[in-house]
Design a protein around this ligand. Structure first.
Ligand code: AP5
Length: 233
């Protein structure tokens, strides 16, 4: 049993299990969502990972999404919503999840709320990772990923044991197409333009918690745990 889950079980308090992690590109959403999902014992749903998976497999959805992703633009809502709807209807998502990088537009947030309402559910809390633009750029430009198993590293902040080789499966690490400087800048710009209405939407519902995403990966994880523990008080 994970730490947060164990703490919840011991105190008999309601656990926050439908969690959204938002924040600018490179803020550490993927890294922290994976850790949090493991701690809570729930699946993580990353729309970025799912879209890359579709693109790699060459599905119809992936072929439609690929050009937007390469340019650093948002993939149209209808494509993302269809994909998320399919995923969230799976049994494994019934009791909770950590959403990573979704919703990113007001319309995605509204459709998600409607989808959940139909199931008698709602989002418990939205964690916004705040990191300044220079740090997010440094994190993106140095990121290396494993094309085979999806593991993520950073050239300096989270290096693999063997140079440019995945610790888990030994494959050669690569840079993500959208981690090149032009796409990185475009993604930061798109985020600035689109994230405001999503923040306002969740802030208006009293669900938004801003957490500083600066510091080591462990330090940010503890800040997230502290914020969630406060929620359960
Ligand atoms: P997506 O994959 O979601 O990309 P993103 O939001 O741009 O976020 P990133 O994956 O770049 O960063 P992250 O915040 O997850 O940081 P990470 O933990 O990896 O989306 C990609 C594209 O798909 C979008 O541009 C869009 O086209 C499309 N898309 C996805 N969702 C969509 C949606 N809902 N609607 C429409 N389109 C959508 O960390 C980054 C690096 O920093 C890593 O190397 C990591 O090791 C390192 N790092 C992490 N934490 C720290 C730390 N504390 N200190 C130092 N280094 C750290």
């Amino acid at each position: 049993m994970g730490l947060v889950k164990a703490m919840g079980a011991m105190s008999g308090k309601k656990e926050k299990r439908r969690i959204i992690l938002i924040g600018p590109p490179g803020s550490g959403k993927g890294t922290q969502a994976a850790r949090l999902a493991e701690k809570l014992g729930v699946p993580r749903l990353s729309t970025g990972d799912l879209l890359r998976e579709h693109a790699q497999k060459g599905t119809q959805l992936g072929r439609k999404a690929e050009p937007y992703m390469a340019r650093g633009e948002l993939v149209p809502d209808e494509i993302v919503l269809e994909m998320v709807g399919q995923q969230l209807s799976e049994e494994s998502y019934r009791d909770g999840y950590v959403l990573d990088g979704f919703p990113r537009t007001l319309s995605q947030a509204e459709v998600l709320a409607r989808m959940l309402r139909e199931r008698g559910q709602e989002i418990d809390v939205v964690l916004d990772l705040e990191v300044d633009a220079r740090d997010t750029m440094r994190r993106q430009l140095g990121r290396l990923v494993c094309p085979r198993c999806g593991a993520s590293y950073h050239e300096f902040f989270r290096p693999s044991r063997e140079l440019m080789r995945c610790d888990h499966c030994g494959s050669a690490l690569v840079q993500r197409d959208d981690d090149r400087p032009a796409s990185v800048l475009e993604r930061l710009k798109v985020n600035e333009e689109q994230s405001g209405p999503v923040f306002d939407y969740y802030a208006g519902q009293g669900k938004l918690r801003t957490i500083s995403g600066t510091g080591s990966v462990d330090e940010v994880s503890s800040k997230i745990e502290q914020a969630l523990a406060k929620e359960e008080d």
